[in-house]
Write a protein that binds this ligand. Sequence first.
Ligand code: B3K
Ligand code: ZN
Length: 876
Amino acid sequence: PAPVRLEDYRPTDFAIDTVSLDIRLAPKATQVRARLAIRRRDTAAKGAPLVLDGDELDLVSLALDGRPLAADAYTAAPDRLEIRALPDGPFVLEIETRLDPDANTKLMGLYRSSGTYCTQCEAEGFRRITYFLDRPDCLSVYTTRIEARESDAPVLLGNGNPVEAGRIEGTDRHYAVWHDPHPKPAYLFAMVAGDLARVSNRFTTADGRDVALNIYVEHGNEGACDWAMDSLKRSMRWDEEVFGRIYDLEVFNIVAVSDFNMGAMENKGLNIFNDKYVLASPDTATDQDYAGIEAVIAHEYFHNWTGNRITCRDWFQLCLKEGLTVFRDQEFSSDMRSRPVKRIADVRLLKSHQFPEDAGPLAHPVRPRLYHEINNFYTATVYEKGAEVVRMLKALLGPEDFRAGMDLFFERHDGEATTVEAFLACFQEASGRDLAQFSLWYEQAGTPTLTVDSKYEPEARRFTMTVRQSVPPTPKQSAKKPMTIPLKAALIGPDGTEMTGLSVAGAEMTGDTLHIRNPSHMIVFSDVPARPVPSLLREFSAPVHLKSDLSDADLLFLAARDTDPFNRWQALQSVALSALIKATQAAAGQRPITVDPELVDAIGASIADDSLDPAFRALCLQLPGETDLAREIGKDVDPEAICQARRQVRATIADRLAETMLATYTAMTSPGPFSPDAAASGRRALRNVLLEYLSHGTGGQDGTLARAHFDAADNMTDRAAALGVLVHARLPGHEEALAAFADRHGHTPLALDKWFTIQATAPFGDALDTVKRLTTHAGFSMGNPNRVRALIGAFATGNQSQFNRADGAGFDYLAEVVLSLDKTNPQVAARLASAFRSWRSLEPERQARAEAALRHVAAMAELSPDVRDIVDRCLQ
Ligand code: B3K
Ligand code: ZN
C-alpha cells in the first residue's frame, strides 16, 4: 500500500456534525446502526463523492435521508464505502453494519475481553465499527445507544454523560443512552458493556461542580482500585492548580480490561485501561507498578485537555498530544514524588529505549513526514523525545513564558484539531522568541552529540568551554542543520559550591541555561577565581549525547559534590559506563576484569550517605544497563561480553563493599506496615539493589540472604526482587522459590507475569528453552498481550545476551512468534518485531543471523501492514 505523507494533507470535503449510534450487542452478531448528519464543506468541489473508511466491515443496509440507496449510487467494500450523487445541502446517512466481537483478535474496534464488550479506536479502529471519515480532523458530537442482554451486560457505558436507560419490555434486554456534548474525532469514541463491579468516588472541581468518578473492574477486584482512584483525584486537582485545566463532564469513568494492546486509552469521559495500570495491592503489585498506575492514570486524564479538547489535525501531529501529555504526567509524578528521582528514572528510560531507536533503522523525527502504518509510530521517539522537546521549550523560555504559551494554546485552539506549528506559534507569541530553529527538534531525527572541551587560565582568571554540536545522519535524512540546545550549566568551585556572578560571553544565557545554536560556540567565563569543574547538561536539559573532556577524577568530584542531584547521579554513571566498557573489552579479549578503586569508593560513599534520599542512593547504585553499554559501544557489539562484564563488575564491587552494603541493607529494613509512598518505596529500592549486589558477590553465593529476603517479604516489591536475584544469580533454592511464587500467584495473571519475566530474562544459555517451555504453561496465552509481553517481549528486549545468542536461535524464535502472532494480532506482533531494531550494531556473525531471520519474515507474502512496515524499515 502507498505511504501516507504529511505534505498530502488536505481537509475533508464533508463534515459530519453529529453521529448517532445504536449498538445492539451480541457476541457473534452485533448490529451497529449509525446515523450521520453530513454536510458538504464550502471548499469541496461540487459533486465530489463521499468516501468513507472501513476495515473488514460487513455492510447490511444504507439509506440517504430515510430512503434506501440505489445499488448504482454507491460502491461498498470491506475497507471503503463510496457514495455518489449526493445532494448539495446537508443530508443524513444511515449505515448498518454487522460485527463479530468474539472473532476480533486484533483488539481494535469492538471486541470482547473476558466476556466484556469494549472498544479501542485509536488510531484507526472506529472504521472497524462503521464506515466513517476516520481521521482526527473530523469532529462530531456523538450520541450512543447501547443495548444488550441484561444478564450478560448489566453495565452499559458510553462517552460523555448518561441521558437515559431502561429495560426493553417483553425481552431480557436493556439499553442506555449516552451523550457527549464535546465534538471529538472518532478515535476518541468508546463503549463498554459487561458484568463489572464498580468502585465510586466524587470530585468537586475548582469551579464547584460535582463529578462522579467510577472505576469498573471484574468482580473480585474492587479492593485493588484504591490507588488508581487516589491517583485520579490527585491528577484532577493538579491539572487545575498547575495548568488551570478543569474537568468538563458530569462523570469520569475508567474501565479495566485484561486484553489490551497498550497501556490505556483516553476516550472522552470513558478511559479504557489495561488492568495492569489500574489494579494494585501490596501483595500483587510492585512499587514500580504503583508508580506506573499513578503516571498512566494521570496521563490519560491529562489527555482530556491535551488530546481531546485540543486534538491532532492528522496523525503526523501525534506528538502534539503525546509528547505534551507525557511531559505533563512526568511533571505530575515529580510533584507527587522526588523530582530528581523521577527525572533520573525518565532519563534512564529515554536513554535505554529512545536513544537506541534514534540510532537504528527505525529512527524517525518526533513529527514524522511519512508512514505506512500509523500504529507503528506510537514510539519512544514520539512519546519520550516528544516530552523532552516540550521540556526544552520550558527551559529556553522560562516558566512564566512557558505557562503563558500553554494558556494561549488552550484559549486559542480549544475545540480544534491542530498542528505542531500552531502549538509553537503560541509560545513564540507569548515569549517574543523566534522558534524557527527550535522547531527542528520536530523535524530532524537522531540524537545530537554535544562535545565540550574546556580550559582554565589561572592568570587571566578565565574559563573557556568550546561547545560543538552535531546531529548524525538517520534514514532518509543525511544532512542535518544545527539545533537550538538548552545547556544548563554551572561551574563548581574546588570547595564544592557553585560559582556565581560570573560574566559569560559566547552564547546567550538565561538563568543557568546556555542557548546553544551554532555548530560551535566558544563560551568564556571571566573572573573565575580557581579552576572549576563544569557541571554540564544539568537535569538533562536536552536529549543529547554529551561528550566532555572531564576526567574520571572530575566526574567523581561531581558525583560527590555537584549541587544538582541529577548530575551527581549522571557523573557516577559516566564513570561506571567507561569502567564497564573497559571491562567488556577485557571480557571479549579473555583478559581479567578489574575495577578502579576510586569508582568502588564513590559507590561506597553514596551507599552510606544518610543525608541522601534512599531512592536516590538506589539509583546511584544501579549500573548502566546492557543496552546502555551496547549503545555507547555503537558497533560490533557482543552482548555476551557486555553481560559477562557487567556481572563481573557488579560482583567485584559487591565483594569490596560487602560490609557497608550489608549494614545499609539491614538499616533499610521496613520499620512498619507496608505503604506505597515514595519514602517507603525508596527504602525498598535501596534494600533490593543491595540484595542484588550482595547475592552476586562471593558472600551471597549460598543464597541464604536472598532466600530469607524472599521468605520474609510481605509485599510484591520485595518478593519479586528476591525471586529475581535467586533466579538471575542461580542461587541454591531458586527452583523452590519459583515454585512457591507460582503457588501463591498462579491465579493472579498480573502477578504471574512477573514470574514469566524473571525467567525470560535470566542470562543463561537455557533461557530460550525456558521461554519456549513456558509458552505451554497454563497461565500463558498467546492471545493476551500482557502475557506475550511479559514472556516473549521480556526475553527479546530484557535478555540481551540470550536473545542475541551467537547461534541466532533467539532471532529465529522471535521471527517464528512474530509470524504466528501476526495472523491474530498484528499490532502486538509488530511491537515484538521491533526488538530487532539494533541488529545492525551487532558483531558481524550475529548481524548475519539477525538479518537472515528478518529476511525470512520479510519473504512471507501474507504479512500485515504492521509487521511488513517494521521488517522493511529494519532491513532498509
Ligand atoms: N493514546 C493511546 C495510545 C493509542 C495507541 C494506538 N495504537 C494511549 C496514550 O498514549 O495515552
Ligand atoms: Zn497518551
